[in-house]
Design a protein around this ligand. Structure first.
Ligand code: G1P
Length: 298
């Protein structure tokens, strides 16, 4: 019997310099895709997978994230007085026991950010979601839900595995894959940001993980790796061979919202799915692109 996944860590301390000046005063994780912040989608995804406690590893200048998941007292009171609908705020308020905010005091890397949550994680397996990777699954079957389903079968450690063009692999953590069985691929090795032409495959880590707590012990003494940072990928690699380790192929769409192009694509794709916006946006896109029609998003 595998221990249930009850906790998720969201590393949200990054400065978001790629989105300056938008991120000068607003955390990048709170930038909206249509009308919901990126981080809200990740929290919804975790909740849908049965995860109860959300652990945010923040940093200086990221206070708005804590406010965001609190009660919006003035806004809610005013809206109620005016008889306005409050459904847009659904799922945005986390009960105190379900939200933990920690600070990563120095930018030492993703591995270090995760290690900051070690006392809250204790000896339980846990999930990690990188919110700027926007993973869009069918309703009720998001990426983390698919990973938890896989975890219940095989246990151990799991990473989401995504195929991308080979030339993009130097920007990511890359899997050295073994045998594949349905959505599961054995992970034989992991390498963070391989030099061009050296990646073991085009199967990358798009920011969703289920890990055993042992990774925290490894992170404690993990040396700096790619980019001079303490890398989660390196700590995970040290667990291969000692515990089951699988990649999970996600049935859904991925938008890399850490890049401007991916962020714009996510906004467009979601707007084309929204009943209240679809017709308007389709008409606009059709006209803007000078084409006869634009296919409705699936
Ligand atoms: C991080 C991880 C990398 C992963 C990527 C996904 O890199 O270190 O393994 O593939 O996120 O977006 P970063 O984008 O922070 O450089």
């Amino acid at each position: 019997m595998n221990k249930p996944i009850r906790k998720a860590v969201f590393p949200v301390a990054g400065l978001g310099t790629r989105f300056l000046p938008a991120t000068k005063a607003v955390p990048k994780e709170l930038l909206p895709v249509v009308d919901r912040p990126l981080l809200q989608y990740a929290v919804d995804e975790a909740r849908e997978a049965g995860i109860e406690q959300m652990i945010f590893v923040t940093g200086r200048g990221k206070g708005a994230i804590e406010d965001y998941f609190d009660m919006a007292f003035e806004c809610e009171t005013l809206q109620r007085e005016r008889g306005k609908d409050l459904s847009a705020l659904e799922g945005t308020r986390l009960a105190p026991g379900n939200a933990v905010f920690l600070r990563q005091q120095e930018s030492l890397g993703l591995g270090h950010a995760i290690w900051c949550a070690r006392d809250i994680i204790g000896d339980e397996p846990f999930a990690i979601l990188l919110p700027d990777e926007f993973m869009k699954g069918a309703p009720g079957n998001g990426c983390m839900k698919q990973m938890v389903d896989a975890y219940e079968k095989v246990g151990g450690n799991l990473v989401c595995a995504l195929e991308i063009p080979m030339e993009q692999t130097p920007s990511y953590g890359v899997i050295d894959p073994g045998a594949r069985d349905g959505v599961l691929t054995e992970v034989k090795g992991l390498v963070e940001k391989p030099a061009a032409g050296t990646a073991p495959s085009n199967l990358i880590l798009p920011g969703r993980y289920i890990l055993q707590p042992d990774v925290m012990k490894i992170l404690e003494t993990q040396e700096k790796g790619a980019g001079g940072e303490i890398q989660l990928t390196d700590a995970m690699a040290a667990m291969i061979g000692k515990q089951p380790f699988h990649g999970v192929t996600f049935d859904g769409r991925r938008f890399d919202c850490g890049s401007k192009a991916g962020y714009v694509e996510a906004n467009l794709a979601l707007a084309l799915e929204r009943e209240d916006l679809r017709d308007h946006i389709r008409a606009f896109a059709t006209q803007e692109l000078g084409i006869d029609s634009v296919a409705t998003a699936a």
